[in-house]
Design a protein around this ligand. Structure first.
Ligand code: SF4
Length: 269
């Protein structure tokens, strides 16, 4: 996933997965006497949730001697998550995490480009991947299932390579790793997290795993085959440019601009 002269931007939220990933990549680069690493933290603007993690990330980065760059939704998109939750129209299906996830992907791209990184590493684990697959499956969103194939992909305005080094690791194993390495991590939960069915799917899959050990890994392998098949049938690489912001988009207007337009329109009503 990584090559000799890569400059790696790691998305670091303050949770166990992203701090463990930062620690692992830092260790690998140190072994090879490389220091082309930067931690990117995105502040979504969620009152009472982000402050704890920002401090944890800053302290951990200082300990590892890794630069930490913080970007906010407010600066990038003119709104933050708390505002977006008030501005979103009730008649449209706009869940907190779908708004937040769309903004975060864009924010990470912008941050990585701004620091000259050519690789963006995110800490999605096997459980995250499987839950996302199930959410898209249950929503009938087949196109998105194709996007979940976790091979390193190069995309976007600056040809950034996107990698998910923890994609095959159980969430529980990462918790053990973080505890064993004494990596501090955020305990506060996002107040919007229970809006989506992710939490229910998480509990359901963990219950299955408890009774049938290995079942999540089997399901993950099925997910990979299905998403690979769908991805190969999609016209990847022929992205349009968003007529509003000029960034890559599958349609005329990218998903970030669409969300901002809906929020603005609803806010001006
Ligand atoms: Fe954003 Fe959802 Fe995560 Fe909260 S739980 S930070 S709303 S993606």
């Amino acid at each position: 996933m990584l090559h000799y002269n890569d400059r790696v931007a790691v998305g670091v939220s303050g949770g166990k997965d992203s701090l463990a990933l930062l620690y692992i990549i830092k260790t690998i680069l140190d072994e090879h006497h490389r220091s082309n690493l930067i931690a990117i933290t995105i502040d979504e603007g969620i009152k009472g949730y982000r402050n704890e993690s920002l401090q944890i990330v800053q302290d951990f980065c200082a300990k590892l001697k890794v630069e930490n760059k913080i970007l906010t939704y407010k600066d990038l998109f003119g709104t933050d998550m708390d505002e977006a939750m008030i501005l979103r129209p009730s008649e449209k299906k706009m869940s907190s995490c779908s708004i937040c996830g769309t903004f975060r992907r864009r924010a990470l791209d912008i941050a990585a480009e701004s620091v000259g990184a050519n690789v963006v590493a995110t800490a999605h684990n096997l459980d995250d991947q499987l839950q996302t697959f199930m959410i898209n499956f249950l929503a009938g969103d087949v196109e998105r299932i194709g996007w979940s194939f976790p091979e390193p992909v190069q995309y976007g305005n600056n040809n950034l390579k996107k990698i998910k080094p923890l994609a095959e690791i159980y969430e529980q194993e990462i918790v053990f790793y973080a505890l064993q390495r004494e990596i501090p991590f955020q305990s506060e939960e996002c107040p919007y997290m229970n809006e989506s069915i992710r939490t229910e799917l998480r509990q359901f899959l963990n219950k299955l795993e408890k009774n049938s050990p290995g079942i999540k890994y089997n399901a993950y392998n099925s997910m990979i085959k299905i998403s690979k098949g769908i991805k190969s049938s999609q016209k990847i690489g022929k992205a349009n440019k968003c007529s509003n912001c000029g960034r890559d988009s599958t349609g005329n207007i990218c998903s970030v601009c669409k969300i901002i337009d809906v929020l603005k329109f609803n806010g001006n009503k």
